[in-house]
Design a protein around this ligand. Structure first.
Ligand code: INI
Length: 166
């Protein structure tokens, strides 16, 4: 039996990052950790581009645009939606996550969900703190792994499903 799995080698990966400015005290920490991890895994600085959007609700549209551009092998979405401070938490979270998943399926490009949805600011700070718990670092590793997995599947003849590559 053959088992396929993407490696964490980032050398040839082109990564787009969409990060929201809302709750910047959290999203800036996700961003730093994601960048640090991408570099540690060998992604070259010139192959990383970051786009800042106002809030989590705006993430899917921009992530989809980056994915459609064919300039990136994966897109990482970073944001923080905090229930304690968000009367419309459920609407924003649901639409944002649905939109991100839809954009990935539509384009065939991995779009990684690195958006925190927490009850309190303290939980958001904890999940954007030290590298072992930081969701930005997780999202960066997931992006690289998915890039390499998708490349491997394509090389072994699996047809891509996104409209871009049909
Ligand atoms: N955007 C966030 O990213 N996180 C939040 O917690 C949040 N709250 O609290 O409302 C939030 N709102 C803004 C929203 O994402 C849009 O930017 C806004 O509704 C304009 O479309």
């Amino acid at each position: 039996m053959e088992i396929k799995e993407g490696s964490l080698e980032g050398k040839d990966c082109r990564i787009g990052i969409v990060v929201s400015k809302f709750n910047e005290f959290v999203t800036s920490r996700l961003m730093s950790s994601a960048l640090e991890t991408l570099k540690t895994q060998g992604v070259e600085d010139q192959n990383i581009e970051t786009v800042r959007v106002p809030g989590a609700f705006e993430i899917p549209l921009v992530a989809r645009q980056l994915a459609r551009s064919k300039q990136y092998d994966a897109v990482i979405c970073l944001g923080a939606v905090i229930r304690g401070e968000t009367p419309h938490f459920d609407y924003i979270s649901a639409e944002m996550s649905r939109g991100i998943a839809q954009a990935a399926l539509e384009t065939g490009i991995p779009i990684v969900f690195g958006v925190l949805t927490t009850d309190t600011p303290e939980q958001a700070l904890e999940r954007s703190g030290e590298p072992e718990k930081n969701r930005g670092a997780d999202a960066a590793r997931t992006a690289i792994e998915m890039v390499n997995l998708m490349k491997e599947l394509q090389q072994s003849g699996r047809k891509p499903t996104g409209f871009l590559k049909d």
